[in-house]
Design a protein around this ligand. Structure first.
Ligand code: DGL
Length: 278
């Protein structure tokens, strides 16, 4: 990697697996012009139950690879990686590896937007054990909205249901209902439920079915897209280093065939992925 190479390149979007596709989809709807390079580390997903150190090492490897492939800007389209790896990568690795390049997470933009959805100020957060135990959302929300009450709900089985293509099957109902009921039992005043894992929008139909109507369900695709558009407006020097051919390239650390099939299903259009090793 040439740390000072400023040749325009695609925007990198990284996730442990398929979940980041929900972020990429939101971004491409709002910002169709840039080129995008998506990387799913499906071979090592899920990240949500892995240690801080392991998530950090895996995420750093992925970011380095996306830099090597020409990305000047990488979005961690994964809450677990944003919670556990973003700060160290921004503060320790970037200055050393590629001081001119940027890595952005999705927790801060989500927190900035969450205030507009709630009336009671009671927010429920669904996430992986890693995200919930990091308390990243609770900490960031308390900084921005000191009066809000947050309740985090670990959903260890939701990502495996998605990664194993069970998200639309009847077997998933039990675990969708269970985590929703547990959360609302812990704080009945919750009027806003954040899907704080990029895999969860794939369970949205079921989540809507089991969630009381009066609770707002917040997903991140649109929020991250608007935040990125705003970032590029405020940082024209970074925007100038984004290539604009409107393409999307999909990379996976698992089988290309499997990713192409699942990715096409998630995005409702045909995609062809390529397999890489990290
Ligand atoms: N999609 C990721 C997130 O937003 C994590 C899924 C996982 O690998 O556990 O947290």
């Amino acid at each position: 990697m040439l740390a000072n190479d400023r040749t325009p390149g695609p925007i990198g979007v990284f996730d442990s697996g398929y979940g980041g596709l929900t972020v990429l989809d939101g971004i491409r709807r709002l910002l169709p012009e840039p080129d995008y390079l998506y990387l799913g580390d499906n071979a090592r997903a899920p990240y949500g139950t892995r240690s801080f150190e392991v998530v950090y090492q895996f995420t750093l490897q992925a970011v380095r690879r996306l830099f090597d492939m020409g990305c000047q800007l990488v979005i961690l389209g994964c809450n677990t990686a944003s919670a556990k790896a973003l700060r160290t990568i921004q503060q320790v690795d970037l200055p050393r590896l590629a001081p001119d390049r940027r890595v952005l997470g999705i927790i801060r933009p989500t927190v900035e937007a969450i205030g507009q959805y709630t009336r009671t100020g009671h927010i429920g957060i669904f996430g992986t054990p890693g995200t919930i135990r990091s308390r990243s959302y609770d900490i960031e929300i308390s900084k921005l909205y000191p009066g809000f009450v947050t309740t985090g709900q670990e959903c260890p089985l939701w990502v495996p249901l998605v990664e194993n293509r069970e998200f639309d099957n009847p077997g998933a109902d039990y675990f969708v209902e269970k985590y929703i009921d547990t959360l609302l039992h812990r704080d009945p005043l919750i009027d806003t439920a954040l899907l704080g894992c990029t895999h969860y929008p794939l369970l949205l139909r079921k989540i809507r079915r089991f969630m009381p109507r009066e609770v707002n369900i917040v997903t991140q695709g649109d929020i991250v897209a608007h935040s990125l558009a705003d970032y590029l407006r405020r940082h024209p020097e970074i925007a100038a280093r984004v290539s604009r051919g409107g393409s999307a390239t999909y990379l996976t650390t698992e089988s290309a065939e499997k990713f192409s099939e699942m990715g096409s299903l998630f995005l409702s259009k045909d995609i062809q992925a390529q397999s890489i090793t990290l």
